[in-house]
Design a protein. Structure first.
Length: 389
């Protein structure tokens, strides 16, 4: 009669692809007989290799513990898809199965910091990821899913920080930066949410001003861009708020709703961003509407989803490896491995785009800064305005 508890050391952030330590705690429930010394083993799986240690004898009604040092099957090749969904520990004749949580490996995301690619912290402290998309493209649901994924494994609540909309009165009416560090101090990136894309809300000039970091947080879409155009043109690059990765959210239904003019506008936007050294990342949302089984197995290779990815790449004239998909938390009440693993993969891809952009800037300009100009006007703006002239 034993109780088995498997824990990770609380002091470390684990990363994919590295040897890890697992603590196995065992309670001898027998009231009058000691538990003999036992062999403790980790059964090999798709991610972990075999590991073993010896647990010393445990007195009646007492606890004992042992550390297992476990090597991984793919050292130095971290990939969230290699991670197993559960592993099994054996203590003598007793077996204990442990579900794996993506949150146990969030340490891998903290590796992506500007200074790793040669940027001074005084220039760029954190990466900025800009999210574009039409109203109802699931940007807010994605943010909630990412924040749920980032919280510690022992937290069971579902984050509902970003309001979820989907119509013309969608909650996102202004440029907003989610303060991830407030809840997750180790995080090295910011998520910037924008108002919905339509024919009137964006122009090439607005997009360029936005990605250059000149539009301040809380810039409301009701404000007239033309009214402040001269001011923007005089501003230098805002290095701390410059965007380092562009993520364009596309609801799968939009692929058949777009007319030729809208497709041409998106293609033009992408080409404009590529000219500024960005490699736009497209994330397809609401794919479960055409492939319901993807919600139960988000990492599965689904033919319908792969066809959507190929169609998107062809439509926007971008590489297939730049087209991803997301399955967000909607009505779930419990955290799931697949949804969070997919969120991890998408954020990691965006962070890789951040590094690539910064490296390209350094190669082109010798610095992350393309200009030494500074903003003489400051970034204090009204939070709301009805003035459209």
């Amino acid at each position: 009669m034993v109780d088995i508890v498997v824990e990770y050391p609380k002091s470390s952030l684990r990363q994919l692809g590295y040897t890890e330590v697992i603590i196995v705690r065992v309670r001898n429930r027998n009231p009058d007989r000691a538990l003999p010394s036992s062999k403790v083993t980790m059964k090999p799986n798709s991610y972990h290799r075999f590991a073993a240690a010896t647990l010393k004898s445990i007195a009646p009604q007492q606890w004992g513990e042992v550390e297992l040092k476990v090597e991984v099957q793919h050292p130095g090749r971290p990939n969230i898809r290699n991670l197993c969904r559960e592993f099994t520990v054996e203590v003598g004749e007793h077996t204990h199965t442990v579900p794996v949580q993506v949150a146990n490996y969030n340490g891998g995301l903290t590796d992506y910091v500007p200074k790793r690619v040669g940027v001074k912290e005084s220039d760029v402290r954190e990466f900025n990821i800009l999210m574009f998309g039409t109203a109802g493209a699931s940007k807010s649901s994605f943010v909630n899913t990412v924040m749920t994924m980032l919280q510690s494994p022992d937290q069971t609540k579902m984050y509902r920080v970003a309001e979820i909309g989907g119509s013309a009165d969608h909650a996102t009416r202004q440029l907003h930066c989610f303060d991830l560090k407030k809840n997750f101090p180790e995080v090295t990136f910011n998520l910037w949410d924008t108002w919905g894309v339509d024919r009137k809300s964006y122009s090439k000039d607005i997009v360029n001003t936005l990605v250059d970091g000149k539009l301040p947080q809380n810039w409301n879409m009701s404000l007239s861009f033309e009214k402040f155009r001269e001011r923007f043109e005089k501003m230098g690059e805002q290095v701390q708020t410059q965007m380092h990765a562009i993520v364009f959210f596309v609801p799968q239904a939009m692929l058949t709703d777009l007319d030729d003019e809208e497709i041409a506008r998106i293609q033009e936007m992408f080409q404009s961003l590529i000219a500024k050294l960005y490699n736009p990342l497209v994330i397809l949302s609401k794919v479960d509407e055409v492939c319901p089984q993807i919600r139960h197995d988000p990492l599965g290779k689904m033919e319908e989803v792969e066809e959507l990815r190929k169609k998107t790449a062809d439509l926007f004239k971008i590489g297939l490896n730049s087209v991803h998909y997301t399955v967000n938390y909607t009505e779930e009440t419990e955290r799931t491995f697949g949804i969070e693993a997919l969120a991890y993969e998408n954020i990691e891809s965006a962070l890789q785009h951040c590094e690539s952009f910064v490296q390209s800037r350094i190669m082109r300009f010798g610095s992350v800064k393309a200009s030494d100009a500074t903003d003489e006007h400051g970034l204090i703006w009204p939070e709301d305005s009805d003035d459209d002239d």
